[in-house]
Design a protein around this ligand. Structure first.
Ligand SMILES: Cc1cc2nc3c(=O)[nH]c(=O)nc-3n(C[C@H](O)[C@H](O)[C@H](O)COP(=O)(O)OP(=O)(O)OC[C@H]3O[C@@H](n4cnc5c(N)ncnc54)[C@H](O)[C@@H]3O)c2cc1C
Length: 420
């Protein structure tokens, strides 16, 4: 049985683990901490802006693959992205992710902008921004991270692609999650909404405030463990409801992270939490083992193949030092996308411009093997997936999850194929 070590528990690492385990590999997941999924909106972005809002993400992936040879999608390709997104959707189930990988939803953000995203949680879908939609955004006085007036105002001002308009108003209700608490986090509310009695009292209040034909927008705190809490609330209010993700930490992100992590454990992946990879044992062209920092000295994990899914700058997979030098922190791999001078890493006076820094990372072949300066794989049995890859502006394009999923599929399938 092929032994694989996957490094990193973000969407790339977890998906790689699941796919490898499904193909019969013996998988160990080493991770120093939780990945970015928990901070995410709990949706799957494949391609959102190019630079205008994208309707069909797979088409945009195809365009990028054709026009930008340095972009990760040029080696991953649209088919692997489709496979990865569908694999994840099936793995977490329809209670958690829904949507067609060939089209984007256009959903409201925490400030009332319209955001394209591909797969979304079913609790968000009634918030689709379409011509003639009538929204009532309900804020909670005790939840400061949800500016209902701003959200409704921005939605009402929005002219949709194609010229359509929506109407939106807001109300703010006084409804503490816990008696006497004046300032609660989203997580506290999410736990309260898991309780049927709390939902019933809240629904009664909201039902008295909405009028016929209105769709109710609420902060994305409608239950942490009870996946049907939002649906129950909608039934009780008698109107469609939708969740609007808040800034991190995000309840929808936590739902997705917990479900995916549980699936990985159920698939018998050996998960070693708190395991920072600090050393590599390699011979020319092959990695033999990696070691983690542990009490009493480093602990070695040998395997036939390794997957580097340690993320980008957000998770410390890549670092920038005070001299403007960027490095990959585990294998010391060669990096691509570096401008000639370090002071060109960040350009422009605002964050609307493409930032060369974000495009720095590891360049890979079609099997996701990191390449050296001579364009050949550095190690035949090392593969990379996710935010560590070079060439994308993941945050502004909204391509992060698509790149992670497509590269996870490519890496896992290459390992399985090589072992046959
Ligand atoms: C706050 C935030 C908001 C974002 N918003 C968007 C968005 O709206 N749209 C979008 O497309 N993308 C967005 N992104 C980017 C997107 O989330 C990432 O592209 C994607 O999550 C990358 O996943 P990953 O699995 O590659 O890495 P990560 O999720 O970063 O996971 C990396 C993992 O590696 C582990 N690790 C790192 N170093 C080591 C080590 N030495 N040893 C062991 N483990 C290690 C970390 O602990 C972590 O578990 C956002 C990211 C963040 C942080």
């Amino acid at each position: 049985m092929t032994r694989v070590v996957v490094i990193g528990a973000g969407i790339a690492g977890l998906t790689t683990c699941l796919r490898l385990a499904a193909a019969g590999a013996q998988v160990t997941l080493l991770t120093k901490g939780i990945g970015g999924l928990q901070l995410s909106q709990g949706t799957v972005d494949i391609f959102g802006y190019a630079p205008h809002r994208v309707g069909c993400p797979l088409e945009a992936v195809g365009d990028v693959a054709r026009d930008k040879p340095d972009h990760p999608y040029a080696v991953i390709g649209a088919e692997a992205v489709r496979t990865g997104a569908e694999f994840l959707r099936d793995a977490v189930g329809p209670d958690l992710l829904t949507g067609d990988v060939g089209s984007n939803h256009q959903l409201p953000t925490a400030v009332g902008a319209v955001r394209p995203t591909c797969l979304a949680q079913p609790s968000m879908i009634a918030g689709e921004c379409r011509d003639g939609a009538r929204f009532t955004i309900v804020g909670l006085r005790q939840l400061k991270d949800f500016p209902a007036a701003l959200i409704a105002g921005n939605l009402a001002r929005t002219v949709l692609d194609g010229g359509g308009r929506m109407s939106a108003r807001h109300v703010v209700v006084d409804f503490p999650a816990r008696d006497g608490e004046a300032d609660s986090s989203g997580l506290v509310y999410a736990r309260a909404f898991d309780d049927e009695g709390f939902r019933g009292r809240f629904a009664e209040l909201v039902a008295s405030l909405v009028t016929d034909g209105e769709v109710v927008g609420l902060p994305a705190v409608l239950g942490l463990n009870d996946r049907s809490a939002w649906r129950d609330l909608a039934d009780r209010i008698g109107h469609p409801v939708f969740e609007i993700p808040l800034p991190p930490p995000s309840v929808p992100g936590m739902r997705l992270n917990e479900t995916l992590t549980a699936a990985v454990k159920a698939a018998r992946v050996r998960v070693v939490l708190g395991s920072r990879v600090t050393g590599v044992d390699a011979e020319p062209g092959r990695v033999r083992a990696v070691s983690i920092a542990a009490a009493g000295g480093p602990r070695k994990f040998a395997a036939d193949a390794f997957v580097l899914a340690a993320g980008g700058f957000e998770s410390g997979g890549l670092v920038l030092d005070s001299y403007g030098r960027v490095s990959e922190t585990i294998f010391g791999l060669p990096l691509a996308g570096l401008p000639e001078a370090p002071d060109e890493l960040v350009v422009g006076e605002f964050w609307g411009a493409e930032q060369p820094l974000f495009a720095v990372g590891v360049r890979v072949d079609e099997r996701m093997r990191p390449l050296g300066a001579d364009a050949t794989p550095v190690y035949a049995n090392l593969h990379a997936a996710g935010g560590v890859l070079a060439g994308a502006q993941r945050w502004s394009e909204k391509s992060g999850e698509g790149i992670a999923l497509g590269s996870a599929v490519r890496a896992a399938d290459a390992i399985v194929e090589e072992s046959e």
